[in-house]
Design a protein around this ligand. Structure first.
Ligand code: F3S
Length: 426
């Protein structure tokens, strides 16, 4: 790999041992990937660097030891300096307010709080969400980023036209300290052209429609594919594209797509394909929609619902307000929980707006910073969940051994109020 002078100096230790270890990691990583050089980045979104349930069980004695071992792959404990790049903490394992609802022991709570302090002291912004683009980190078209979290990566690549691969704990940790990331994959213009053309012949309008379409596409195309979605009549919004990308990135490995005329880098199908023929043409009609719906409800058998989960990816204020309105004059069933997840910053606004109180008065709970799939927690005894998120219903049955219903927000809130799934069935 060709290194610039400032990169060589970092590698040689001019900025200390931790930065040298970070640069060494990036060089090794980049060489494996075939990257010819690094690129500057001032926008890094990484994992909670120490206080994840995973790193806790690894038993690192101090935050510096955890960072050295898990983020820098360093053989010794290094003193970690403040981060160089603008750096953001993604979703983590704990809601700092409702951690007891999660069933976390006090000791684990204390360690996670300490780790957040450590991250803040090192200059990492505590956004604590899988949707940084909803709360102030909105990269520009062409901006080189280093982000983890597949649903966020597919959103910023496609909708905003920023450039990132799906990075890992180690590469984002090293990027935070150096402001560099290997220049490969979706950082390169030539790798951002559409490859597979999806002709949509059935209406795709509501959030549920977008989740189904994304899930179906993710199942059909190979990992490196960039689908081009043609035939969309109604312009989607942030929430719909958030559901779409998250679904496509969970049933498959989609990291970028084009919806010509809507997403950032293609006005037309021809532009999305860069004038080339698609590798494959796919058709998405009513039968394909039914197929995706059946797959997403494949684990559901029992009608009694224990948990309704809303907010995957983390909910916007508009989505929270919609839940509040659907609950007006109603109460969550005594045997069911309704949990709504949002970024930490939006919970604060939701509290100011009275949404959090309205939810609590109806027997629901507004949570932030985490989600059941990442934090691996559910109400005790949960056997059946319902959600409006294709991503959450893809993961929770697999991770937590529960049944999952997938439906509209209205169907989900009805399930929370009645304790029973009465929504559409495959
Ligand atoms: Fe976010 Fe958790 Fe869903 S990380 S995208 S709420 S699975």
């Amino acid at each position: 790999m060709r290194l610039a002078d400032d990169e060589k100096a970092m590698l040689d230790g001019a900025q200390g041992e931790a930065v040298a270890a970070a640069m060494d990691l990036l060089v090794r990583y980049g060489e494996v990937l075939g990257a010819e050089r690094l690129v500057d980045t001032d926008n890094v979104c990484g994992a909670n660097l120490f206080g994840s349930r995973h790193s806790l069980v690894c038993g690192s004695p101090t935050p510096d030891a955890a960072f050295s071992e898990h983020s820098l792959d360093a053989p010794t404990v290094l003193t970690i300096p403040p981060v160089k790049a603008q750096s953001y903490q993604l979703i983590g394992p704990m809601d700092t307010k409702h951690w007891q609802v999660q069933g976390l022991p006090q000791a684990e709570h204390d360690e996670i709080v300490a780790s957040e302090r450590y991250n803040a002291e090192h200059g990492i912004h505590l956004l604590n969400t899988c949707t940084p683009y909803q709360v102030g980190n909105v990269p520009l078209k062409g901006e080189h980023c280093a982000w983890m979290e597949s649903s966020a990566v597919v959103y910023v690549n496609s909708v905003l036209g920023a450039r990132t691969n799906v990075e890992g704990r180690e590469s984002t940790g090293a990027a935070m300290l150096t402001g560099k990331i290997p220049y490969w994959g979706l950082h390169l213009e030539e790798n951002r052209r559409g490859t597979h053309l999806v002709e949509v012949t059935t209406p795709v309008e509501a959030n549920l429609d977008w989740g189904l379409l994304g899930y179906w596409i993710g199942e059909q195309v190979p990992e490196e594919a960039i689908p081009v979605v043609d035939g969309i009549a109604a312009t989607p919004d942030l929430v719909r594209l958030k559901h779409f990308g998250a679904a496509a990135a969970s049933s498959g490995g989609v990291e970028m797509y084009h919806v010509p005329g809507i997403t950032a880098e293609a006005r037309t199908v021809e532009e999305a394909l860069a004038g080339r023929a698609p590798v494959q043409r796919l058709r998405y009609g009513p039968a394909e929609r039914r197929e995706a719906h059946a797959h997403l409800n494949a684990t559901a058998r029992d009608d009694a619902v224990d948990l309704v989960m809303i907010g995957c990816p983390h909910a916007t204020l508009g989505q929270i307000r919609d839940v509040v309105r659907l609950l007006e004059g109603r109460r969550v069933h005594a045997d069911t929980e309704l949990w709504v997840f949002t970024p930490r910053a939006l919970r604060h606004v939701a509290e100011q707006n009275g949404y959090a109180r309205a939810l609590e008065e109806a027997g629901a709970l507004l949570m932030s910073d985490t989600c059941p799939a990442i934090g691996q927690f559910l109400p005790k005894g949960t056997r059946v969940i319902a959600t409006d998120s294709a991503k959450q219903v893809h993961y929770l049955p697999a991770i937590m051994n529960v049944q999952g219903w997938f439906g509209t927000l209205t169907e989900c809130v009805d399930a929370a109020v009645t304790g029973t799934w009465r929504g559409e069935r495959p």
